[in-house]
Design a protein around this ligand. Sequence first.
Ligand code: HPA
Length: 247
Amino acid sequence: MLAIIGGSGLTQLANLELSRNERVLTPYGEPSGPLKFGRICGRPAVFLARHGDAHSIAPHQVNYRANLWALSQSTPVGIVSVAAVGSIRPDLEPGDLVIPDQIIDYTWGRASTFHEGPDSAVTHIDFTEPYDRALRSRLQVAATAIGVKISDSAVYAATQGPRLETAAEINRLERDGADVVGMTGMPEAALARELAIPYAAINVVANYAAGRGDSRERISLEDIHAVLAASMHQVHALIEKMVTSDD
Ligand code: HPA
């Protein structure tokens, strides 16, 4: 069964035929909301809204450990994370979809490992490739099969939020090699790796990052919402294809 974590613009999976909501208690506290188990085109899937069903949990306040631990209990074959991003790379335009292949983490103060505390041995994970290669390639194949244009490599910069960045910060991220910027990719990806769950992301470009394109002077939040609303049918179609090609 595939697990999907939905971000801004995807608090509900329209094509999920819900069979049950499950509230999972975890050793790390409460997940963002109930796990939604159901079927997409007859195939089982589980969905979790990262920011809560009412979109009320800010990126730095998401309980990533509880979310990942809760999802791990249903032993998913993989987790597909959907997350809005700002575009730094000029060829990525609002409305475009991206499968990132690398991460630079600028977040701070987030509980970012399961391996801490007096009873836990220090544990290091290999994170050279933060996203699962096979799951990324399945996303790419699914996108091609349904004719959805998707960019298959990008460096994702994870910022703290909840504010958007300054233009100078975006210039710095570009110098660092980042192509897109979002607020929720970490520690989610690292926690999935700690649990050994294959993890990949669909980034939806919601806007040009601060100081770029039509965000040169300011970023319009209304435009972000409109772009996300208009792009989600592609994300739904992609997830549907992924789930139905799941063995
Ligand atoms: N910056 C950070 N996170 C985002 C952005 C952005 O410009 N757009 C959507 N999520």
